[in-house]
Design a protein around this ligand. Sequence first.
Ligand code: GTP
Ligand code: MG
Length: 367
Amino acid sequence: MHRIRYIMVGGFLGAGKTTTLGRLAAHYQGQGLNVGIVTNDQATDLVDTNTLRGQGFDVGEVAGACFCCNFDELMETMKQLSADERPDIILAEPVGSCTDLVATVIQPIKRLFDAEFTIAPYSVILKPSHGRRILRNEKRAGFSPKAAYILTKQLEEADAILINRIDELEQKQVDELVALVGEHHPDVPILRVSARSGDGFDALIELLEQEGDFGRRVLDIDYDIYAEGEAELGWLNSSVRIASPETFSLDELLLEVVRELREKLAEQDAETAHLKVIGLWEGFFGVANLISSESEPELSLPSNCDVNEFDLIVNARVACDPVLLEQSVRSVIAACCARRGATAEYRQTQSFRPGRPVPTHRFDPDT
Ligand SMILES: Nc1nc2c(ncn2[C@@H]2O[C@H](COP(=O)(O)OP(=O)(O)OP(=O)(O)O)[C@@H](O)[C@H]2O)c(=O)[nH]1
Ligand SMILES: [Mg+2]
């Protein structure tokens, strides 16, 4: 029985993890390898799971708690992925507000499941806009000092740091970021990538093939600051069936929801970490995102579909009261539906502040 290659890619909310995993999965499948993906969230109804399944990948999900706090379910989910055919590779995406994953996920896999898995270098993606401000210690750098603490800890435990979105940056800006990250993390390889265009992925794939004792950078971390940083975020997952007597463009509606939510949240001075919506209908899907309050909403994966009925999933991670977040989501969806004479039937909504992380295991390789 071969050992499965465990490739985990971390990074803050909206950094580009799902886009990166989709690209890696397509690459490995193209090489004839059997690939499984595991997604993760604090609640059910994940845009990411549906996005990756929509692309034809075999995806298991750990929903309801992060990998570190629900380690047994991560292992069970990976076992399920192996039920039909044992994967060669499992790509895992942890929650974007999670850190300390080396001690609580990689080390436990190494210690308890060494016969079954080999560990690839743990890569962490840096979202340029956010990362630059935090590493430069600028004012209002990233929600709050406590949330910025999470991002810096994520980078600290990485075997490699990926500077993403280079398709949007000038060479000079990329060089500046590489220098800035290098000042803080002088011993860590830094890769320049675009998950969107695939630039830099040859180097990433080469890096991920390296054999060695990866996942060793166990953090010295203050769980009080970490927990308070996470709890500053309002978290919302909602799934809604939208139906109208008239046909309308699915993509326009997805973008409208994100655009109007952005406006509503700006009125409340609530900073967005990542707002993503997916529309699903009969095998078609479209995705729209907003990755910060300053950026423009975008249709990252168009469906090019006209529909009169579809399932909408909203995942919002915004620094505000979750009650206000839910009210904002409901009023925007109501307004978008009203314009089309459509109805919205809520299947499920969960809105909350993430609770304190309590890892199942926490191992230090030196103890
Ligand atoms: N221009 C550009 N956009 C990108 C790139 N990578 C990701 N994006 C976009 O950034 C947004 C967020 O990407 P995701 O892959 O969903 O980010 P994530 O890290 O998985 O987000 P969470 O799971 O919410 O933490 C999407 O709109 C992507 O299309 C990139 O290299 N260039
Ligand atoms: Mg994701």
